[in-house]
Design a protein around this ligand. Structure first.
Ligand code: GLN
Length: 194
């Protein structure tokens, strides 16, 4: 089982660390050829406009779209923005998921915040909330019909969604000590999650 982390810009080492703790081989992906042999790919947080222009400059948009048709892809924060079909406050880059997102949706006061999230989809959850770490985060303004919301804030704002093997989270599981989202994504990559 090998999972790549797009390593053009943003929070790459933290994702690789979580994969390693789960006994999964991680690989930095900078070029299309490095997608070969991967079961899944993580698009990390960072700056979606910067990552988007690097992807375009490197001619990687088509390669990632092609990869996503066969394999699992998970975008965290900026990565979620890259995956969305509609983006307010920015422009769509990969258009992989049937979600509309709003960039920097929480304004200045709430630049960064933490909120425990009830996520029914997580394996072995045992009712434990997942620590949601939000940093200049986007929100999901609309999901579906083919994408379904996996997590909401207490005020009802959608912050995670799934569409088949595609996963998007507005928050940063790689910045917590909790491995459950990475384990969930590994299940998607193995084709083991219904
Ligand atoms: N605000 C960033 C963007 O719009 C995302 C922030 C993050 O990934 N932590 O791209």
């Amino acid at each position: 089982m090998r999972i790549g982390v797009l390593a053009l810009q943003g929070g790459v080492p933290e994702h690789l660390g979580h994969l390693e703790r789960l006994g999964i081989e991680g690989r930095r992906v900078r070029r299309a050829a490095e997608l070969e042999g991967l079961e899944g790919l993580i698009l990390p947080g960072g700056e979606s406009t910067a990552i988007g222009s690097l992807l375009a400059a490197d001619g990687m948009v088509a390669a990632l779209r092609d990869f996503s048709a066969r394999r699992a892809v998970w975008g965290t924060c900026a990565g979620m923005i890259l995956m969305a079909r509609e983006v307010s406050g920015g422009r769509p880059v990969l258009s992989l998921m049937d979600i509309a997102v709003e960039r920097n949706a929480f304004g200045r006061q709430l630049d960064s915040f933490e909120e425990p999230l009830a996520v029914d989809a997580l394996r072995g959850d045992g009712g434990q909330p997942f620590p949601g770490v939000f940093i200049r985060a986007p929100r999901i303004a609309r999901a579906g019909p083919s994408a379904r919301v996996l997590a909401k804030l207490a005020d009802g704002t959608a912050v995670a969604a799934r569409e088949g093997r595609l996963l998007a989270t507005a928050f940063h599981p790689e910045l917590t000590g909790d491995l459950r989202f990475h384990a969930y994504f590994a299940d998607l990559a193995r084709g083991e999650s219904p």
